[in-house]
Design a protein around this ligand. Structure first.
Ligand code: ATP
Ligand code: TZP
Ligand code: MG
Ligand code: MG
Length: 268
């Protein structure tokens, strides 16, 4: 995966305008829908257990996010996930806050047991907790942690048999064999809630058009990080204007910007 290939996948998203079915949290719903629209995808949020299977089947990707989980929603996520699996629709999972409470940890583990997820994206603490490793976590934000994130990601990918994406200052995407490290992004992303959740849904949009989910994830990460760098240049006032500038940048970035700023490293 290089910048040009990443830009090509972004172009495919814009052309296909894939439907991304999100079962996500109440904090980030609106931002996620606007971010997907800005990028060129078509968001839908649908939660009722009576309809989630039908929606998931016609979507290009299904995104499950346990940020403000409750039992009714978790049941709907499993119904939707199984329907997506049957229909061959990629499922992307964001285990928000796994490790923060026993209920979250247990739910995240149940979801990866019951649904075949194509990719899981979280901070290092969340991914560690899903696979039973210890890593400090505070609420839904990553603890500092000093472990080897690449090794953790590879271990999780092998254990869960899926693509694992761990984000932070640098982002890691791996299927356990091939690994990409993406050095894009901006600290202002940490000052706007939902930027991790939106990224998970953006990975969904990319996975809807690129069947190699590892490549889709790497392309999503570099596009997203470059958009943040461009937005930060235009939004010196702080997080409020950055949020708006970031949505604008997601709608504007293309091959030229990714070619100029993209920093994808092939890891070992
Ligand atoms: P957390 O709750 O730990 O913040 P999250 O789910 O919000 O996790 P992040 O790890 O913050 O997800 O990732 C969201 C986006 O922010 C990614 O594109 C990531 O590269 C970027 N990002 C996070 N921290 C930094 C940083 N210090 N510098 C640059 N980019 C960052
Ligand atoms: N509380 C529960 S979900 C949520 C908060 C603040 C949003 C988390 O979003 P992100 O993308 O992980 O920062
Ligand atoms: Mg964050
Ligand atoms: Mg998160």
């Amino acid at each position: 995966m290089n910048n040009q290939e990443a830009a090509n996948v972004l172009q495919m998203v814009r052309k296909a305008n894939p439907l991304v079915h999100n079962i996500t949290n109440v904090v980030v719903t609106n931002f996620t829908a606007n971010g997907l629209l800005a990028l060129g995808a078509s968001p839908v949020m649908a939660y009722a257990k009576e309809e989630v299977a039908d929606m998931a089947k016609i979507a290009g990707a299904l995104v499950l996010n346990i940020g403000t989980l409750n039992q009714t929603e978790v049941e709907a996520m499993v119904i939707a996930g199984k329907a997506a699996n049957e229909a061959g629709v990629p499922v992307i999972f964001d285990p928000v806050g796994a490790g923060a409470t026993p209920y979250r940890t247990e739910t995240a583990r149940n979801i990866v047991r019951d649904v075949a997820v194509s990719a899981i994206r979280g901070n290092a603490a969340e991914i560690a907790n899903v696979i039973g490793e210890t890593w400090e976590i505070k609420g839904v934000d990553a603890g500092e942690g000093s472990g080897d994130v690449v090794a953790l990601a590879k271990k999780a990918a092998k254990q869960l048999k899926t693509v694992v994406v761990i984000t932070g200052k640098d982002d890691v995407a791996t299927d356990g064999e091939t690994t990409y490290i993406i050095h894009n992004g901006h600290p202002l992303l940490t000052k706007v809630t939902g930027t991790g959740c939106l990224l998970t849904s953006v990975i969904g949009a990319f996975a809807a058009v690129e069947r190699n989910v590892l490549k889709a994830a790497a392309a999503a990460l570099v596009s997203y990080g470059v958009a943040a760098e461009i937005a930060a240049k235009e939004a010196e006032e702080g997080p409020g204007s950055f949020q708006i500038a970031f949505l604008n940048a997601l709608s504007r970035i293309g091959a030229e910007e990714i070619g100029q700023y993209g920093r994808i490293e092939q890891g070992k």
